[in-house]
Design a protein around this ligand. Structure first.
Ligand code: URA
Length: 215
């Protein structure tokens, strides 16, 4: 299932406008914080799909019935850029388990993309709800490879992908190629990729904007 949250006007679209804006995005603190805020909003929407149970809490004046989450998700972020959203995601799900996995585009000297998945720190995923965060879903290739690596740690009962901006082709690719279907939550969908597989209009390189230019 696809959820493009920016289609409905809300404060979310201000955060997306700021990460796209070529002047505002140069303030890396603000860029990181905006991605964190986008993560918090996506998580809030995802929280509505989880399982809840009735409990009661004692207040100073009596007892209140509350509906509380009966499960805690695992939040997996793709290094580097996913770290920005990760902080937002764990602010919302503050008892979640965490996973980290690296995926980077190895330079090939051509427009071909070669994605390397090298580092993984991940708990058992069996029967859990997994949320995988990557701010930019450009081709879908990194996400598909990350899925392959994460699923070696067990089969989750439900998977959500959380992204700020996705390309239409990445969404189509993931719908066709993921071994387990996932709910995809994005702020915005852009129609194009350039020859280097960057999203257009997109925002540029999210990892570089958040953490500095890499070699
Ligand atoms: N990663 C980014 O940071 N930006 C893109 O446009 C594509 C991949």
């Amino acid at each position: 299932m696809m959820h493009e949250l920016g289609k409905k006007s809300s404060i979310l679209n201000h955060y997306i406008a700021e990460i796209r804006d070529e002047t505002i995005q140069k303030d890396s603190l603000r860029f990181r914080r905006n991605l964190e805020r986008i993560g918090e909003i996506l998580d809030y929407e995802i929280s509505k799909t989880l399982t809840y149970e009735s409990k009661s809490v004692k207040t100073p004046l009596g007892e209140a019935k509350v509906e509380l989450m009966a499960e805690q998700p695992v939040i997996a972020s793709i290094l580097r850029a996913g770290l920005t959203m990760h902080n937002g995601l764990i602010h919302t799900f503050d008892k979640a388990e965490n996973a980290f996995i690296s995926a980077y585009r190895r330079p090939t000297g051509t427009d071909e993309i070669d994605v390397m998945v090298e580092y993984k720190a991940c708990p058992d995923l069996t029967d859990k709800t997994l949320i995988v965060a990557d701010p930019m879903l450009a081709t879908g290739l990194s996400m598909a490879l990350v899925f392959e690596a994460l699923l070696k740690n067990g089969t989750p009962k439900k998977i959500h992908i959380a992204s700020a901006i996705a390309s239409r082709s990445a969404i189509d690719m993931l719908k066709k190629n993921l071994p387990i279907p996932a709910d995809i939550w994005v702020g915005a969908i852009d129609e194009k990729l350039n020859s280097k597989s960057y999203i257009v209009p997109g925002l540029g390189d999210a990892g570089d904007l958040a953490y500095g230019v890499k070699l």
